[in-house]
Design a protein around this ligand. Structure first.
Ligand code: PLP
Length: 389
């Protein structure tokens, strides 16, 4: 009988640090819910790491994005320019606030293309007073929602300029990009998520650090961060009398989640170094072989977190789905990039613009195993399997 190959997952958590100790502290102290000191500690730790004055913990990246849109004042009847090549949780919160996304394609960072956004604004929109309107729909366009896909950095200098010129809020979905930062240029030292008006991180199980589920919001407007905190905690205006001054949400993070997050954050820079090492291993072995390319999708002057690796099938003998199936036979888990959002059931009627590159990347990318505990040997097994196809 042939020996069963060990399973190599796409992306799993890595709890080699103080996770058990800190979670145990929380359990022993009996502070397991939304009270307890670790939530504030984790907020302070993320604020310090990202260089922001304050961070607001919440129970998922999705709820963080909902809070971000509410804090930005995006509301019913408005439109938000958003990428079509991303995870659907980036876009659904636009609907939660009663607004509609307009979908824009990507550039070679895999993130929304600022040139396409500029062209859309110039040719399809107009400014009346200080507000921007979509001429076809008549709706006010009130925000740009950029996603730092796979830990790359969207072109923030360009988006910031467009946001200022057209008076749009700039919302950063940095759920995949904790740790990605500029090393040169006008924003040297600044992290993904901290350049626009408001940014959101996720600690879902597959992200670079995890709290099981969780999120964090940061903002360059202290009042937006406070408003987000208020909305996430049932909009309680008076603690004792239970007075609530608007419709709030239970979007709070628990002390248990924060305990996990504190232990994970201690290891983040090590995780990023590991992600870079395995990416380089894939790149050295696969780039230019069998019609494969390992995408870089990060420009000079950016230190990406390399959260997800993308094998691009430039001229490969097998199709994307054949490669995914063949790897599965060898117990190696991979996946295609997301189906484009403008083609999803509930977004088919939304306007969509400049889609060619997004369609090409959707058709040709296979995401390779990228866990922070992926060993050199397992990485080599993925490489050997791909080269034998
Ligand atoms: C993971 C993710 C989210 C949502 O984060 P959750 O914590 O899973 O709710 C949103 N946008 C993108 C691009 C993501 O990858």
């Amino acid at each position: 009988m042939q020996k069963q190959e060990t399973f190599i997952p796409l992306s799993v958590p890595n709890f080699a640090g103080n996770e058990k100790a800190y979670v145990s502290d929380a359990v022993v102290s009996e502070w397991v819910s939304t009270g307890g000191s670790k939530v504030a500690d984790f907020e302070a730790a993320i604020a310090a790491y990202t260089g922001m004055p304050r961070a607001v913990a919440c129970n998922s990246g999705t709820s963080g994005l909902h809070l971000a849109l509410m804090a930005a004042g995006v509301g019913p009847g408005q439109e938000v320019l958003a990428p079509t090549l991303t995870f659907i949780a980036a876009v659904n919160p636009i609907r939660y606030v009663g607004a509609e996304p307009v979908f824009i394609g990507c550039d070679d960072t895999l993130c929304m293309d600022p040139a396409a956004v500029r062209e859309f604004l110039q040719t399809r929109c107009e400014k009346r007073g200080d507000k921007t309107y979509n001429r076809a729909s008549g709706a006010r366009v009130s925000a740009l929602l950029v996603v730092h896909v796979f830990g790359a950095m969207a072109n923030l200098p360009a988006f910031l300029e467009l946001a200022r010129q057209w008076n749009l809020a700039l919302i950063e979905d940095a759920t995949e990009a904790l740790g990605t930062r500029y090393t040169a240029g006008p924003f040297a030292g600044r992290m993904a998520g901290t350049v626009g008006d408001v940014g959101v991180y996720s600690f879902n199980g597959n992200k670079i650090i995890t709290t099981g589920a969780g999120g964090m919001l940061v903002s360059n407007h202290p009042d937006w961060a406070e408003h987000a905190k208020h909305l996430s905690t049932q909009a309680k205006a008076d603690e004792l009398q239970f007075l609530h001054d608007e419709i709030g949400y239970n979007y709070r993070m628990t002390n248990l989640q924060a305990a996990l997050g504190l232990a994970q954050l201690e290891q983040l820079e090590g995780f990023i170094a590991h992600k870079h090492a395995r990416w380089q291993q894939y790149k050295d072995a696969l780039d230019g072989k069998n019609g494969y390319r390992i995408l870089n999708f990060c420009e000079d002057g950016v230190r990406p977190n390399k959260w997800f690796y993308s094998l691009y099938l430039e001229d490969a003998r097998r199709s994307r789905d054949e490669i995914i199936a063949a790897l599965k036979e060898h117990r190696i888990q991979t996946r295609p990039v997301w189906a484009l959002i403008h083609e999803q059931a509930d977004y088919g009627k939304n306007e969509a613009y400049a889609l060619e590159k997004a369609q090409d990347y959707r058709a040709r990318i296979v995401n390779l195993p990228c866990s922070t505990n992926l060993s050199e040997g397992d990485c080599q097994r993925v490489i050997d399997t791909l080269l034998a196809l």
